[in-house]
Design a protein around this ligand. Sequence first.
Ligand code: F6P
Length: 334
Amino acid sequence: MRVGILTGGGDAPGLNAAIRAVGTMTHARGGSVVQVRDGWKGLLGDGDLADLDQSAFEGILHVGGTILGSSRTNPMKIDGGVEQCLRTIEHAGLDALVAIGGDDTLSVARRLAAEGAPVVGCPKTMDNDLSVTEYCIGFDTAVGIVAESLDRIRTTAASHHRAVVVEVMGRDTGWVALDGGIAGGADLIVVPEFPPHLDELVEHVQGRWSSGHRYSIVVVAEGVEMPELGGREDAGGERDAFGHVRLSKRGVGERLAEAIEERTGKETRSVSPSYIQRGGTPSAYDRIWATRCGTVSFALAEKGAFGMTSGASPLRSPVELAAGGRPPSPRCCE
Ligand code: F6P
C-alpha cells in the first residue's frame, strides 16, 4: 500500500507523533510512505512529494511542529486546484492519503473524497474546535502552556499589584481559554461563546480591588467580541485562504486591558503567549493521543474507509472505533 501523508493549517504539538504512527504502521504492513510537502500546496501543479523511509520517523515523537511542513493553501479557492490535487494523487500512485489537520484541512479532504480520492482524515488543532471529535491533537499541550504562563504571570501581577489580561488562541472557541484558565487559576475567563458586557467584566475586576485583592488575572480568548472593543474589521481586513481574519492582529487582550485600566484607574497590562501555545515539545498526552489517532487513520485507510476521520466520542476511544469495524462517530469527511 502506498500512503501519502500531509499536514495542513497551523502547526500543533503532536503532529509528528501522528505522522510517525501513520508512517510506521504503513511500513510495518510492507507499504511505502510518501511525504506531501506543505499541506495541500504539495498536491498542486506537478506536486511536491518525496518517498520517506522508516528512518524519517525516528526521533520525531517528542519534536514539535511538522516534519512535512504546513500551509493554509486552499485548493478549493484556486482555479482547477481540486483537479490538480486529484491528478497528483493519481500520478503519485497513492492508494491512500492521510490528511492531518483542522476544519479547513479536513474540508478539503472531504471534497477530494467526494470526488473519489482515497483520502482519510486525522483531527489536529490546538483550538480543539472540531465537531467530529471530543479532543484534537495539540490541545493538551496548549492548555498546559497557558496554565504555566498564568503561573509565571501571577508572580509579576502579585508583586506589582496589577491586573493582567492574557489573550490566548482558540479562534472562535473558548476551549483553550477555559481549560488553561481553570488550570492556571484565572480570576476571570472570557470566552466567545458567552461574551460578557464590558461593564459587567470591569465591575468584576473592580470588585476584586475593592474587596482587598491586590491583583487580578483575566484570560480572554482571541475570538471574543465585545462591541466596546471593536469588531473583526479591526484585524486589518487580511484573510487567509479559508477566509479567516487574523484575530491576533485585532488584539482583543490589549484593548480589554486598556478599557479596564481606564475604568478602574488601576495599572493593567496585557500579555499573549501567542505561538508559544502551539510550538515546541508536545505533552505526553498529546504524543499518546496523536499516536492513537494516526494509527486509527491508517486503519481506516487500510480498510478503504475513505472520507472518514479518526476521532473520539466521549464513550469510545479511537482505537475501539476502528477495531469495531464501524465508521468513527460522528462522521466527518463523508
Ligand atoms: O488554528 C490554530 C491557530 O493557532 C488559531 O488559534 C489562531 O487564530 C490561528 O491559528 C493563527 O494562525 P496563523 O498561523 O495564521 O498565525
